[in-house]
Design a protein around this ligand. Structure first.
Ligand SMILES: Cc1cc2nc3c(=O)[nH]c(=O)nc-3n(C[C@H](O)[C@H](O)[C@H](O)COP(=O)(O)OP(=O)(O)OC[C@H]3O[C@@H](n4cnc5c(N)ncnc54)[C@H](O)[C@@H]3O)c2cc1C
Length: 125
């Protein structure tokens, strides 16, 4: 087969309509990336709402995020992506977590050392 009979893959404009199954973090990220690349995307989700394992649940005591409360950032590209979502997450120093005794005195606190962590949600904690 010669190069005349088949154009190189890079030369072929590829634009399609994709189905993404699941509106969890991975599915939504995949769908967004495809849309940013110029494709059409339909997301199919079997549950009532998006979020998957990090969805917000309703209870008789109010709503709460039952999945990921925090995550770590190891990749610079991920950090850049986070910068586009200001207000949704904020850096979290792990020394935010303290164990108090009955008198409210700090008896233990987690170390702030280690990798960068981000808290999901901006106003609940
Ligand atoms: C209690 C809890 C605490 C956690 N805490 C943390 C934490 O602090 N930090 C952290 O980094 N991670 C944490 N995690 C893990 C994190 O939430 C998950 O790893 C992440 O949300 C998974 O995302 P996902 O998109 O891969 O999968 P999922 O969130 O599971 O999404 C999959 C989606 O696909 C849908 N689906 C499945 N099958 C079908 C189908 N056939 N048709 C249509 N839809 C379908 C599901 O309903 C779901 O919405 C926690 C998880 C739990 C449960």
């Amino acid at each position: 087969m010669t190069s005349k009979s088949r154009p190189p893959l890079a030369a072929a404009p590829i634009s399609g309509h994709f189905a993404v199954v699941g509106a969890g973090m991975a599915g939504i990220t995949c769908a967004r990336t495809l849309v940013q690349a110029g494709h059409r995307v339909t997301v199919f989700e079997k549950s009532r709402g998006p979020g998957g394992r990090m969805a917000t649940r309703d209870s008789e005591f109010g709503s709460f995020d039952h999945g990921a409360q925090y995550f770590t950032v190891r990749d610079e590209r991920f950090e850049q992506a986070l910068a586009t979502a200001s207000g949704l997450v904020r850096p979290w120093s792990a020394n935010t977590v303290r164990v108090l005794d009955d008198l409210g005195q700090v008896v233990a606190a987690s170390s702030a050392a280690g990798m960068r962590r981000f808290m999901v949600g901006s106003s609940r904690v």
